[in-house]
Write a protein that binds this ligand. Structure first.
Ligand code: PLP
Length: 440
């Protein structure tokens, strides 16, 4: 039967996924796909978590929806309490949406409104980093620095500015220490704020560990603390996008815990619903909530499915599995094993320039020449070849490619579910090795 869905690509038929089984997605034809990246770092509990499925069904039976203009719900309240109690600093309030782009869209608007409430109406600009991704809606795409995704929409995007990402593999100069690199990037941010006029800048947005656009690239130690100092000096808000790297993926519930910084606004999504429900969250500091309470009294933003009880109940059950059942606690050790296996398989591989990441969020930088770091030509379409080669081996991984200031880079991300056992991790690395060799 012909499909009536506008799929992401129109050039091929997709297998029909019918069932989840732990780390595997089972298709209608019986093929079992090993999900080595949890889709795009979403399925942190695998595909058949009975406790989460039951919580979702139970909430749907009791109460599916109550408009947030009239009601709150037990599930949303309890989820917000859990998210904020576990969050660093004074991130004491949560705003529940349906995904990552929506969370970032809300964060940009909240930052703008915060300054309006305070009478600093000139603050409307945002700074982000090149080769970043914050979502596909117009505001989130406007701050994002993934040129390929932005290009077609340039005439309708808002014009916000970009500074260099913290991307040691290509950004750090020969012999430059981590500290000096962090200082240089902080100075660049400082200069950009001054160029724009500090009184006009509302926020700086960044991913603690960059996902889709750089391939699990963490910042050098101290970078985010230096960024925070610069922003504080100019009264600019720090928005951390943990949509992909948060919710335990990097080994701590919030990735920023490892950077020793507290943002003013933090967004999360993928692992929050763990693929069982469509949900995102924006956490905000008490200071921002108080400014709204003391001013207009209403956040000027809203969607029909805000704080959806079924989504909240699913995320609550996910949170219990992650925190109460100790799954996040296990991520660091599993991640260390996965990294060791990757080093064994790819440590001397002629086309692997770097193995990096945190926890169960690891990436390989793929290069034509490991010595010169010369990338593959765009025409090679390496990420598509790797995706295909992995699929031929019944495995899903998350390859990507892009350009920073004219320099190309290719990577592949592994983000297996936290329930993966040692044998699963070996199997993933084995199949990835075959796929990379077949694709290059
Ligand atoms: N922010 C980051 C860092 C992401 O990786 C993504 C999605 O990949 C988004 C935002 C957008 O999230 P969503 O696709 O749920 O809208």
């Amino acid at each position: 039967m012909a499909s009536h869905i506008l799929h992401r690509t129109t050039d091929r038929d997709l297998p029909v996924a019918v069932r989840g089984d732990g780390l595997y997605i089972v298709a209608a034809d019986g093929r079992r796909y090993l999900d080595a990246s949890g889709g795009p770092a979403v399925s942190c509990l695998g595909h058949s978590d009975a406790a989460v499925a039951e919580a979702v069904a139970d909430q749907a039976r009791r109460l599916a929806y109550a408009h947030t203009g009239f009601f709150t719900s037990e599930a949303a309240e309890e989820l917000a309490l859990r998210l904020t109690a576990a969050a660093p600093g004074d991130l004491d309030y949560a705003y529940l949406v349906s995904g990552g782009s929506e969370a970032n869209e809300a964060a940009l608007k909240l930052a703008r409104q915060y300054f309006l409430e305070k009478g600093e109406s000139a603050r409307h600009r945002f700074i982000a980093r090149r080769q970043s991704y914050h979502g596909n809606t117009i505001g989130a795409l406007s701050v994002g620095g993934n040129m390929a995704r932005r290009e077609p929409y340039r005439p309708i995007l808002m014009d916000w500015s970009h500074v260099s990402p913290c991307y040691g593999y290509r950004g750090q100069e020969e012999g430059e220490s981590d500290a000096a690199y962090g200082d240089r990037l902080a100075a660049e941010l400082d200069a950009e704020i001054r160029r724009l006029g500090p009184e006009s800048v509302a926020g700086f947005i960044a991913e603690p560990v960059v996902g889709a656009s750089l391939g699990a690239a963490p910042a050098v130690p101290g970078y985010f603390r230096k960024v925070r100092e610069v922003l504080d000096r100019h009264g600019v808000l720090l928005i951390l996008d943990e949509v992909m790297c948060g919710m335990g993926r990097c080994g701590s519930l919030y990735a920023c815990e490892q950077e020793d910084v507290v943002p003013d606004i933090l967004t999360c999504a993928k692992g929050l619903g763990a693929s069982y429900v469509s949900i995102g969250a924006m956490l905000l500091s008490r200071r921002i909530r108080d400014a709204i309470a003391a001013g207009s009294g209403a956040f000027q933003h809203g969607h029909t499915y805000l704080g959806h009880p079924v989504a909240a109940a699913g995320a609550l059950a996910v949170h219990r599995r992650l925190v109460d059942d100790g799954l996040v606690e296990g991520v660091a050790a599993k991640g260390a094993l996965l990294e060791r296996l990757l080093l064994e398989r790819f440590g001397n591989h002629p086309h692997v320039g770097e193995i990096r990441g945190r926890g169960l969020f690891l990436g390989l930088e793929l290069v034509r020449d490991r010595t010169t770091k010369a990338p593959f030509e765009p025409s090679v379409k390496l990420h598509q070849r790797i995706k295909r080669a992995a699929l031929e081996r019944d495995m899903i991984c998350y390859p990507g490619g892009g350009t920073i200031d004219g320099v190309r880079g290719d990577h592949v991300i592994l983000a297996p579910p936290f329930i993966a056992g040692d044998a699963d991790l070996s199997e993933i690395v084995g199949r990835l090795g075959e796929a990379v060799d077949a694709a290059i």
